[in-house]
Each structure stands twice: as structure tokens, then as C-alpha cells.
Design a protein around this ligand. Structure first.
Ligand SMILES: [Zn+2]
Length: 165
């Protein structure tokens, strides 16, 4: 089967799939997951002071490379099914996830200002089209998402009018 997707099992509940045409990778559930279920713990493999396209923001100047590494294949969606809890360092399910379903998270739920934006192709009804971090999104949109402690703090600061112009 020359066109079969390459898959790599990681842990007991997920696999990495690689699209043979584009080489793009994604992470998919290999079991059914329930709301609030722990998908993986994570730790910093490396801590950087600036974001890149693989890092997750923990605080103002802490951007971590993920350990385990396979978590980096969780792509963005404007209608995500997992959340990176940066306090507990856990990836959790935001709802029922079917066996085989792609795991996705909302990048602005942890990223304040990304190093570069991208056109979102998630095709969800609520797609925001262009993603470049929470600072670029209206508050009423952000409030519909589960957000990291850091992003919530930043929003508090931004809204109280004490931030620098
Ligand atoms: Zn989208």
C-alpha cells in the first residue's frame, strides 16, 4: 500500500500519523477518551526565553520544548478537544474523543504572542482564520475558551488598563 499513512504508536492512547502527500504529522487517539481524562503529563525538555513554532508558553519569558516530544504533533484547532494545563503540566481531554480522532488544542490558550502567525485551515464553524496568539484576539472570543493561568493573568492586566500603551 504505497499511499498508506505512516503511523507511530506513542504511549498507550495515541499515535502519530504522517500524511504521505504533505509529510505533515498529527496526533490521534487510539482509544476512546472521556471528558477531563488525562492524556499525558509533560515537562520541559528545554526552556527557551523566546517562542518558536514548537514551544508552549508557561509564563512571560518561559517557553518550553515538550517532553514527551510526541505532544508537539498536537495541531491547532479553533474547536479544540484537548487542553495544555500549564500549572499541573497535564494534557487533558476537553470532551469525549473518539478512537482515531485527531487531538487538537487552541494555540492561543497558552500562547500570548506567537513568533509567527498562520492561516488556520481547521474548517470548524468557529474558525478564527488567522492565528498568532491571544493578544491578537478579542476578549469575548477568548472567553469562550479554556485558557492557561498565564493567559488569564495577561488578560486581567490588559483589561485593567494598567498595561503600557
Ligand atoms: Zn481554525
Amino acid at each position: 500500500m504505497p499511499n498508506a499513512k505512516k503511523t507511530t504508536k506513542v504511549g498507550s492512547i495515541a499515535e502519530i500519523r504522517e500524511c504521505p502527500e504533505t509529510g505533515s504529522k498529527s496526533l490521534h487517539a487510539t482509544v476512546e477518551l472521556k471528558y477531563g481524562q488525562l492524556i499525558s503529563h509533560f515537562d520541559p525538555k528545554e526552556v527557551l526565553d523566546r517562542p518558536n513554532y514548537l514551544t508552549v508558553q508557561m509564563s512571560e519569558h518561559r517557553h518550553i520544548m515538550l517532553n514527551p516530544e510526541f505532544l508537539q504533533y498536537i495541531n491547532h484547532s479553533c474547536n479544540p478537544n484537548v487542553f495544555f494545563d500549564t500549572e499541573k503540566r497535564e494534557v487533558i481531554a476537553l470532551g469525549q474523543i473518539e478512537n482515531g480522532e485527531e487531538l487538537t488544542f487552541f494555540y492561543p490558550s497558552t500562547e500570548w504572542s506567537m513568533d509567527r502567525g498562520f492561516d488556520c485551515l481547521c474548517q470548524s464553524e468557529v474558525c478564527l482564520k488567522y492565528i498568532q496568539g491571544a493578544v491578537h484576539l478579542p476578549l469575548n472570543v477568548l472567553k469562550t475558551y479554556k485558557l492557561s493561568q498565564f493567559i488569564q493573568q495577561k488578560l486581567g492586566i490588559e483589561c485593567s488598563g494598567t498595561s503600557n500603551p
